[in-house]
Ligand binder design. Sequence first.
Ligand code: PLP
Length: 440
Amino acid sequence: MSFGPQFERALALLREAIAAAQATPEPPLTASQMLAELDELAGLRGRPAFYPYLGSGIGRGARAMLADGRWVLDFALGIGVHLFGHGNLDLIETAVRAAASDLVMQGNLLFNREYVRLMRTLLAHAPRGMDHCWLSLSGADANENALKLARQKRDGRPGVIAFRGCFHGRTSAMAEITDRPDYRVGQPQTFPVRYLPFFNRADPHSTAQTLAALRDLLAREGDQLAAFIVELVQGEAGFVTAPRDFFVPLFEECRRAGIVIWVDEVQTFARTGELFATDLLELADYADVITIGKVFQGSAMLFRKSLAPDPALISGTYSGATVPMAVAVRIIEKLTTEGILGPAGRVKRFESLTREHLERLSRQRPGLISHIDGVGAMIAFRLGDGRLTATREFIQRCFAAGLVLYYGGHDPACIRLFLPAAVLSEDELAEAFAIIERCL
Ligand SMILES: Cc1ncc(COP(=O)(O)O)c(C=O)c1O
């Protein structure tokens, strides 16, 4: 990185800010002051927060300090974003350096070097066959771009095949694909979306049934369909996994029919024990386009040459901010060099420790903990019969006791554990499970 004259000034500002904060440290809010600020937030955005979480800006690993000075263990991580937890000094240092760059935002007419470095890094680690990278701001943005590429490749055919229970974002088109009618109340359906059943491990005929449904669909409507969008581990549905053998025949069938295979890794990126679930399941030969987001603090679409878009098809003012681009490169460097990924990495170790805790609890409390699923740093379980209200109440109880969790699925719902696996300790995991046990 080259440092312009603004770097000296930025450093001086930082020193001044540190000195001022040390001279007159800001006391934490009282609990009621924090609640008042959360009320203000609710008024400003027209909707209350899910739980009374207002961060202080202070955190250490898996723990965050709320604005009222209370420390919590964070296993929600902003819905799976912060694999390195809170207050990671390495990432903060990268961010501070990048913040002294001449530009806050970068876009499609203005690239600084972080932009090139990030694309180069992503493609260097991408599943084989991915030729290009296109940066964007959110997971849904990346998916919008992928939809356009697929439709263009298929000469304007509008339709999409997706899985029951899928989640792909909340832009207009993604809300039409996401299998949640309650997320698109008052919205028109403007293109065909056809759903296939996802893998059901309780049903030995699951793969055959989904394959038959796909064949039937392609015979009836294949000429109206552009793409098959797939989460290899369903995220918002509650960390539902499926084996490689489930996907392969479906992808083969789509290949034969010319349907574009679009793997949505926005939630799975870096969480399954490999950077890409596509590689974990050895499905690289099938993917035409892969979208990613969350853990690397931005979003991107990786795609094959054969899908290269017409020059005017995708663009936009912004494609990312300088700080998250620089931090994203550092995150990927850390993920790939610090023993976090791979069969012997931290993610896999914490997957098995978490499963052990859950299996012990499910033996001790039969019927109360069941349906343990997920992979890597994304593990879920069902509480009781999975009623949504009871699941949400349980999460609030855990929050009050110092553990931040989130749920997935609907009715039945499940508790999702987004593990900050890159920084978590075994003691912290045990502490989280002691809270879960107390709140059961
Ligand atoms: C699989 C998947 N795709 C897309 C998205 C949308 O990403 P974003 O919220 O960044 O737009 C999400 C978000 O949870 C997701 O889990």
